[in-house]
Write a protein that binds this ligand. Sequence first.
Ligand code: 5GP
Ligand code: MN
Length: 321
Amino acid sequence: MLQLWKECEGAKSIAISGHIRPDGDCVGSCMAAYLYLKKVMPQADIRVILEQPSEIFSCIKDFDKIENDCQTELAPDIFIALDCEKTRLGEAVALFDKAKKRINIDHHISNSKGCGDVNYVEPTASSTAELIYTVIDKEYLDVEIAKAIYIGIIHDTGIFHYSNTSPKTLQIASELISYGFDFPTLIDETFYEKTYVQNQVMGRAILESIIFMDGKCAVSYVDQKTMDFYHVTPKDLDGIVNQLRIIKGVECAIFMYEIGVQQYKVSLRSCKYVDVSKVASYFGGGGHVRAAGCTMNGSFYDVVNNLSEHIEEQIKEHEIG
Ligand code: 5GP
Ligand code: MN
């Protein structure tokens, strides 16, 4: 078993980073690793470098210490890449390349080998945060670290709901809540709560959604014009794909938003049998069996057609087999 303090022993500088468009697991695991290593190695220069996460995560201690600008002149002794592989590090990849030692901790099935000198990639884990729990020395665990790990776990499991939730996930969660933070508020404020305008955009996306493949597939999208009209950014669109997924009869949900001319960020979700990681990987993305994503080019209809071909193949295979 990997022990994070041992892997970092003697390092004077450590850079921690995760994927672009950081989600709850990415922010939670980066901050948990940061808070833990700061405690274990108070003399070391430890930084978290991430694209600015949503303000909902500002309840995590030292959230304001997250750096968005990657100081590319730095060459850290250790670079820790969390919840992703090298290709999704964004600007922080410059530091990854220069670091003396790279540690990769991830749970994406699409990151099969790991990109570090030291790799801990466990696709059966609910979240990278769950893996952070397993690599830290529990003597140092405190309420703030527990909270950061808990946030990572709840976000990637949909509050212990998705099939990636294991008995171990729940055992870890029970350990974490024993530290006494206000988890009901944390769940409401970081997961369920939406601003009025976020609800409006979601309502509109659902209203304009299309179901096809005999009701087994649901798709919707939000274009740049709509995002500008409501003054929303991609962070405000979280949860829409999940709302599409829980339409009765739907196996696979597709949600996309425009990120450029004829370019879309695609989110895929499935309920029982479609492996969306396989679909997303085909188009250069990745993720998990039940939740994955990719970036695709073309018109909305081109993108839907291309995705449908792969989804339909799996649905047919399932129906025959
Ligand atoms: P979401 O749809 O919430 O953006 O992402 C669902 C899952 O797929 C997350 O675990 C996320 O990290 C992963 N994912 C989303 N987009 C991409 C992508 O473009 N490439 C890879 N490798 N993974 C992605
Ligand atoms: Mn994750």
